[in-house]
Design a protein around this ligand. Sequence first.
Ligand code: NAD
Length: 317
Amino acid sequence: MKVVVTGAAGFLGSFLSEELLSKEHEVIGIDNFFRGKKEYLPKHINFKFHEIDLVKQPKDFCKIIEEEEPQLLFHYAAINGTKYFYDIPYQVINNNIVMTQNVLNACKNSKVKKIIYASSSETYGEPLEIPTPETHPILLNINTNRDSYASSKAICDFYVKLFAKENNIDFLILRIFNTYGPHMDTSEYGQVIPEFINKMFNDEKFTIIGNGEHTRSFCYVSDHTRLVRKLAETVSNQVVNIGNDKETRIIDLAEMMHKMENKEFNPEFLLEREYDHKRRCPDISKLKKLINDYPKVTLEEGLKRTIKCYSKNIQSC
Ligand SMILES: NC(=O)c1ccc[n+]([C@@H]2O[C@H](COP(=O)([O-])OP(=O)(O)OC[C@H]3O[C@@H](n4cnc5c(N)ncnc54)[C@H](O)[C@@H]3O)[C@@H](O)[C@H]2O)c1
């Protein structure tokens, strides 16, 4: 099948493209390299790439959909990375919404049969229920710029669902919880695991934002891509949590990483980010029921693979 992956040079988009290519799909990747990297793009005969800014070049994207006639569209492009939510909140909310509108408009009167949208667990805010099911309400807080991202994702959940219904296209909204692996941004704009790896190998002081008591649940990228492919192939018109349901304290994650690398663990605690969510863990019973599969890579194994990759500075392992 011919498919489009937006955000194909990014962390999840690059691995998702590889997974789809491994199952004989033809993949057309789109990215503007805001955070994605050329070296992460798959080198495969069935992979084509177009450098397009989905906010500024909607016509170019429409042309690709018209000419290539893909049947599935995975919309993974977005401004992601927690520090961006605080530093450039207007760009985050505006670009994420506008690019989604442009992607959807291009699907009008096209051959696209299903739109798979990368939404986020951030839409659940500080959850009232742990593990958090898909029925949990969207919680947004106007008092924090952090929610520029969560609100863009929440609004786009509605856009995708309503556009799909209006245009007789199937949809799948993925509420993605923390996912990790190679290809993640190691800068201050990256996520916690690559940030820790970077600090462990380069910094004199190992710092943790907050007191380390916050929890997250970490899903290894190969689990994510397999589960998404299976969902896309068989499930329609659902909102589905996708992540690992093993909850880990940030301090335990940091200690585990130090032990694995035989490094002394003397963290320094920094001021917590305002309105940072204290706990996050998905209820994945719906995911299991829909595809009879779930994340299988343990945190220890996934960290080993990730650290090995970053410590060798391999760009596309
Ligand atoms: N990684 C996670 O744990 C996680 C969790 C929840 C949701 N998500 C969502 O999954 C998707 C992929 O996340 P990721 O972690 O791979 O992030 P990422 O930043 O690595 O990938 C996003 C890609 O979108 C591209 N992009 C940004 N603006 C664009 C534009 N205007 N036009 C074209 N391309 C543009 C970026 O260059 C980047 O390559 C995002 O939508 C993100 O919100 C990710």
